[in-house]
Design a protein around this ligand. Structure first.
Ligand code: TXA
Ligand code: MG
Length: 319
């Protein structure tokens, strides 16, 4: 069998995952947000294989993951003062800071940009793996491009029955939505993708922070936002209320809203908090596909505060 047709090795040992990363292999691993698909960010050939495995457009840059702040100088050519203050406050955590790229990072990682997104995940197994690898690890979400991100190792294996080398097995991810991405290179600093670190929290560090999440255009330096994302095979429809939504066995009903005939949908899932809705959104969309349902009704949430990230992913899943 060739490398590409083999099933990935499932391992539980972060040092094994680190060893494979050092050999230029593709290794999926859990973080607090979603599973990542990691590769040595200094190995251009390995990075190219990752883009192919994911089916990812070449113009969508990857986030580089490090195991501690000491590694920052290996990734960033210079560290803007704001980036340092943000990382001191929020790292390890669900925040990616965009900073000037170090020449050591393969230019394919950043899609040719002279900036790079860096983050330190708040997940003990991921941190052990990153510290032992002692390399900057580029890692997009561990899903086939365009699909909902993988938040369980089962979903990673569904998307990559082959084509990747290993998966560091772990629990379902705690947050369930990808990190907040902020641009610290330009002033005023901008939020490029909403996540668990909210605009309000960022403004406690720098009041000038601007929300650029809904105004992103090609010149706006957040290429990933231009591609379709988070979409299951089923059609996603966002609803404000259950008025006029008739229960249907070929549809799923998910979200925080009650439906009087919830049991008569093909599948339903009700959440009692924004956090649990966010944590299970992608897995729920994937579950609708596993069940062969053609439609998913998702209840809308207000796009403010801690709801901003969830509202963003819902609207993109429904585009
Ligand atoms: O939570 C996360 O961030 C997860 C886990 C695995 O860490 N990773 C993740 O990676 O979501 P990915 O590749 O699915 O999304 C990366 C996002 C894209 O929207 C991309 O455009 C943006 O980050 N990005 C990366 N580098 C950038 C840069 N230099 N400038 C602007 N945006 C950048
Ligand atoms: Mg992604």
């Amino acid at each position: 069998m060739t490398e590409a047709t083999q099933r990935p090795e499932v391992c539980r040992d972060p040092s094994r995952a680190a060893e494979l990363l050092r050999q230029g292999k593709l290794v999926a691993f859990p973080t607090e947000t979603v599973y990542g698909l990691g590769v040595d960010a200094t190995n251009a050939a390995a990075v190219e294989r990752l883009f192919l495995a994911k089916g990812r457009p070449q113009n969508n840059p990857l986030i580089v993951h490090i195991g501690s702040l000491n590694q920052l100088e290996q990734v960033a050519a210079s560290v803007p003062e704001l980036a340092r203050r943000l990382l001191e406050r929020f790292a390890p955590g669900p925040l990616t800071v965009v900073v000037p790229r170090h020449a050591r990072i393969a230019s394919s990682v950043t899609a040719g940009l002279d900036t790079v997104g860096v983050r330190i995940p708040d997940h003990s197994v991921a941190l052990q793996m990153l510290q032992q690898a002692a390399l900057p690890i580029a890692a997009p979400s561990a899903n086939r491009s365009g699909k909902p991100s993988a938040t369980t190792s089962q979903s990673v294996l569904e998307d990559f029955p082959s084509g990747i080398d290993a998966i560091l097995d772990g629990e379902a991810t705690r947050i369930g939505l990808e990190s907040t991405v902020v641009d610290c290179v330009r002033f005023p600093p901008r939020v490029l993708r909403p996540g668990a670190i909210t605009l309000e929290e960022l403004r406690t560090i720098e009041p000038a922070f601007v929300d650029a999440t809904s105004t992103v255009s090609p010149g706006d330096n957040s290429p990933g936002r231009l591609h379709p994302h988070y979409r299951p095979a089923a059609r996603v429809i966002l609803v404000e209320s259950n008025d006029g939504v008739t229960a249907d066995t070929s549809a799923a009903w998910i979200g925080m809203l009650e439906h009087p005939q919830a049991e008569q949908f093909g599948w339903y899932r009700r959440f009692d908090s924004l956090a649990s809705y966010a944590q299970s959104l992608y897995e729920s969309l994937r579950e609708a596909d596993r069940r062969g349902l053609s439609l998913v009704y998702c209840s809308r949430v207000a796009a403010t505060g801690s709801g901003a990230a969830l509202a963003d992913r819902l609207s993109r899943a429904a585009e």
